[in-house]
Design a protein around this ligand. Sequence first.
Ligand SMILES: *Cc1c(COP(=O)(O)O)cnc(C)c1O
Length: 396
Amino acid sequence: MSQRAFLPFALPYIGQEEIDEVVDSLRSGWITTGPKTKQFEEDFAAYLGVEYCIAVNSATAGLHLALECIGVEAGDKIITTPYTFTATAEVIRYLGADPVFIDIDRDTCNISPSAIERYLECLSSAERRRIKAILPVHFAGQACDMDSICDLADRFDLRVIEDAAHALPSTYNKRMIGTIGDITVYSFYVTKTLATGEGGMIVTAREKWARRMEVMRLHGINRDVFGRYTSSHPSWYYEVVAPGYKYNMPDIAAAIGIHQLRRVDTFRERRWAIARRYSEGLQGLPMRLPVSVRPDDIHAWHLYVIQLELEQLTIDRDRFIELLSEQGVGTSVHFIPLHLHPYWRKRYGFAADDFPVARDVYSRAISLPIYPAMSDADVERVVEAVRNVAEMYGSG
Ligand SMILES: *Cc1c(COP(=O)(O)O)cnc(C)c1O
């Protein structure tokens, strides 16, 4: 077999338009937050059909601002999933609040609404008052069961803050993610479906929250009072109204984002085609393939996660990954459940089996490469490598 270059697990697709726009930013001298960030926010709002978009330098920053603006305080609790990246839960700790992890459904790897309901129904009313929000993650780009989550939020007076780091674009019952919960947060980290290197976007329909997040995004500086053009204050004047953060998006990143957004549907079609090819090509192997549980909805296919039927294999997941790597195919694992990490385990005294579905899925999960820069030959190569390993080590 000929020696072929290693196929990375993820790569951004950066076109000439992105490069030219960054150069334009550099030449203009306006390299931090400015006109391109404003344009990116406006384009993003138009794309999703939402009222307010606030560009930030990461989804982590966005989730922090979202929880801060709804008034999360020390001692509060936020319901979320253990099957996510640590950023989803760490922002809860930033505010001195605690996550309540609820296990996932195996088919989607999304938080289980019936398990949330069972948890909420068992609480005393004093305990219930400490719960402020549900923070679902649309795993791999497949929307959570938002009807059930929003019903529970209404019944128990909770806000819904969505971690949509994987969900650009995704729909739920034909509605765009971003138009459903109270606040939705996107990530533009290099591996995500729209990449600016680092970056994020917060979207909401509520003006009061949008204003608060705008102020807190940049040092707690209130733009309304510094009103350079309208008030009698001199142009250098500003007022600090809170101890805010340094979370603004620079124009260099927004320059990339403006053009990535124009490609977002083309990108999605390509990932969808790759997912469809994987689902054909990997039929009949000892592995559970990811499914779209609402076929009429858009699945962003940010990730394509197979779950090995370990009972029908003579090797474990880690070995499977090594063998794929020896064949030149890069993969990853999403996610190491949070309760298995030392910080979360020690802080809440978790046992490995506290979230049995998350733990079990983790032991079987492999994320295959799925990105628009892959050629058809790359896709076939992944299919072939996975088939080879599964057939070689199948015990059935
Ligand atoms: C990538 C990711 C984040 C963090 O995004 P950043 O923009 O890097 O802060 C949060 N949640 C999930 C589920 C992610 O995959």
